[in-house]
Design a protein around this ligand. Structure first.
Ligand code: ADP
Ligand code: MG
Length: 244
């Protein structure tokens, strides 16, 4: 059996936004609304691209969905649970348990090895990782071709390899939702395609929903669904017929 088994415990609906609004206070009494009442549903196993011009609110939306920032109004359901009424502790728990993040820059800690970086979310959660958790992380590293680098410091590997470590780190907690903000923006075309392929693979094998911001049309076209955000509104949301 593969270590990348689909977790049948994951519910069908991973994320639902209901009239979600986000404003920023810009230091003046004025509030600037960035996200204008978004409706969105993301199901288990979906691989969705989030596209849109710079400044349209994509990162703001990902930060709100990832519970790194809170909405101004509206509701965000994560695994069927309303998040607006959660206190800080419950939000942190929900974030740690349900969500994995990959950013444009990998933010790996160069003083630590590949394996230690991959295990970081588990170490933050509960201290020393168990043998099973370590083996799981090693299995994921093997799946992305980095098993042999597990005990190397992360500054000794290439940019594409570092981003793959960041993906493993995001997946090590087996999140229901993987959020990626321009995860390949810093990579050359070939490496970007390879890294993006990992999203598709883990999305299929683990069954997590993936929402990935990308500017590269070839990458968004390889997703099941493309959501376009312009000026803080979803102007189109297209499912793609996937070839079996
Ligand atoms: P994108 O990721 O699509 O490029 P962002 O979500 O980063 O867009 O930004 C959307 C808008 O929100 C921009 O006009 C940006 O200037 C503004 N913005 C982002 N973060 C903040 C903040 N912390 N405070 C005030 N305005 C912000
Ligand atoms: Mg952005």
């Amino acid at each position: 059996m593969s270590e990348l088994e689909t977790d049948s415990k994951l519910p069908e609906e991973v994320l639902r936004l209901q009239g979600l609004r986000k404003s920023y206070h810009t230091g003046t009494p004025l509030e600037v609304e960035i996200l204008h009442g978004l409706e969105l549903k993301l199901s288990r196993g979906e691989l969705a691209a989030l596209v849109g011009p710079s400044g349209s609110g994509k990162s703001t939306l990902l930060n709100v969905i990832g519970l790194l920032d809170s909405a101004t109004s509206g509701e965000l359901f994560l695994l069927g649970e309303a998040t607006s009424t959660m206190d800080d502790e419950a939000r942190t728990r929900a974030r740690n348990e349900a969500i994995g993040f990959v950013f444009q820059f990998h933010h790996l800690i160069s003083a630590f090895t590949v394996l230690e970086n991959a295990l970081m979310p588990l170490m933050i959660r509960s201290g020393k990782p168990t043998k099973t958790q370590t083996e799981h992380a090693l299995g994921l590293l093997r799946a992305v071709g980095l098993h042999d680098f597990a005990h190397k410091k992360t500054n000794l590997i290439s940019g594409g390899q570092q981003q793959r470590v960041a993906i493993v780190r995001a997946l090590v907690t087996e999140p229901a939702l993987l959020l990626a903000d321009e995860p390949t923006g810093n990579l050359d075309t070939q490496t970007a395609a390879e890294v993006f392929e990992l999203f598709r693979r883990f999305n299929k094998e683990i069954g997590c929903a993936v929402l990935a911001v990308t500017h590269d049309p070839r990458l968004s076209e390889s997703c099941d669904r493309t959501i376009s955000l312009v000026d803080g509104r979803i102007i189109s949301d297209q499912m793609r017929e996937t070839v079996a």
